[in-house]
Design a protein around this ligand. Structure first.
Ligand code: NAD
Length: 326
């Protein structure tokens, strides 16, 4: 009988183990596997547990091509920062051996969530934005926005960043990242987004801020903030104007940005294509320089698992993981 071990990679080690490049590659591969029917996500569980106002849940899946099975467990504890001095979002990934069901790894899930979310919009930019895109527009300037911006600037050679945020005092978060990359940053009003070739929305908004007429022909938009029923960042009419792509159709139409355009009858489920189909070559992607493309990134469990598997591989190879015999 083979010796069974559990590999533990704690949260604190992960920034040194997971590069943006590795996240990008893992997410691109797993999106392709999903579109090929080789990987699938399990239904998401999300529960208000009636304790500390917490929302707790599981996102899981199985990628047959990568041999990755597991789940991310965690959620949102709104009192953490005030009461415990730790961040409100808390999660942990568990991986299992798909041949036996035995647990193989536990990986801190907080930092990897930010990187895998940023990787998703970057993968969409690589496959859907115009190759001559120059101006990147950011809507949102919170925690995730800085990760999104860094990853986008590494994916495509933008020349300028423009930004809008409901709370303008947060815009220096974006300016700092742009300046680190050697690019100018300009704060704009929402109609000013017409100058953008690519727009990333990453807010916790429950009402649309980016309207259809704030977007110029040929723009690619990555909507990353809407991951729950009721949230909304862009006007539903924008989805009717755009060719719509997503990470996973089931999530896009129920908890993603597409939920509103579907509910109001502006688009149908068949109008939403998985980005993986473009990566695979099954869908041609952008059809013209005038087309507006929109990626609805809701965040799937398989992204977490793919990135966790990459982290475990590096941590085992360089000896930083704790390996416990079971
Ligand atoms: P954050 O609290 O750090 O920042 C929130 C951002 O939303 C800020 O820019 C804030 O100014 C803006 N905002 C708040 N209320 C708003 C409103 N009513 N209208 C417009 N803007 C508003 O949060 P974060 O960690 O940056 O997360 C942003 C969003 O991304 C959240 O909704 C989160 O659930 C979502 N998210 C999505 C994924 C995914 O995979 N798609 C992953 C992680 C987080």
């Amino acid at each position: 009988m083979s010796q069974h071990t559990l590999t533990i990679v704690p949260e604190g080690l992960i920034p040194d183990l997971l590069t943006r490049d590795a996240s990008f590659t893992a997410v691109e591969k797993v999106f392709a596997a999903m579109a090929a029917g080789e990987a699938y996500n399990f239904p998401v569980v999300r529960e208000a547990i009636g304790h500390e106002d917490a929302l707790y849940g599981f996102k899981g899946g199985f990628d047959r091509t990568g041999g990755v099975l597991g789940l991310k467990a965690g959620g949102y504890w709104p009192n953490n920062l005030d009461k415990q001095g730790i961040i409100n979002h808390q999660s942990t990934v568990c991986l299992f051996d798909p041949d036996t069901g035995r647990v193989t790894a536990m990986v801190g899930g907080n930092y990897l969530t930010a990187l895998r979310t940023a990787a998703a919009s970057s993968v969409s930019i690589k496959h859907l934005a115009r190759k001559d895109a120059k101006v990147l527009g950011m809507i949102g300037a919170g925690h995730q926005a800085t990760f999104q911006l860094r990853a986008a600037l590494e994916t495509h050679a933008f020349e300028k960043v423009i930004g809008w945020n409901l709370h303008p005092e947060m815009l220096p978060n974006l300016a700092k990242v742009a300046e680190e990359a050697g690019l100018p940053f300009e704060a704009v009003d929402l109609p000013g987004m017409r100058d953008a070739d690519v727009i990333i929305t990453i807010t916790s908004s429950f009402a649309p801020t980016l309207m259809a007429d704030h977007v110029s022909p040929g723009t690619h938009i990555a909507c990353m903030g809407t991951d729950t029923k009721g949230k909304q960042e862009v006007e539903a009419a924008l989805l009717a104007r755009a060719t719509v792509f997503c990470d996973e159709v089931a999530q896009s139409i129920s908890i993603g940005e597409a939920q509103h355009a579907i509910a109001s009858g502006l688009i149908k489920e068949q109008d939403v294509t998985q980005l993986g189909a473009v990566i695979n070559g099954a869908h041609k992607g952008r059809a013209s320089d005038e087309e507006i493309t929109l990626f609805d990134g809701t965040g799937v469990g398989l992204q977490d698992l793919a990135v966790s598997a990459a982290i475990v591989e590096v941590a085992v190879a360089n000896g930083t993981a704790t390996v416990v015999p079971l």
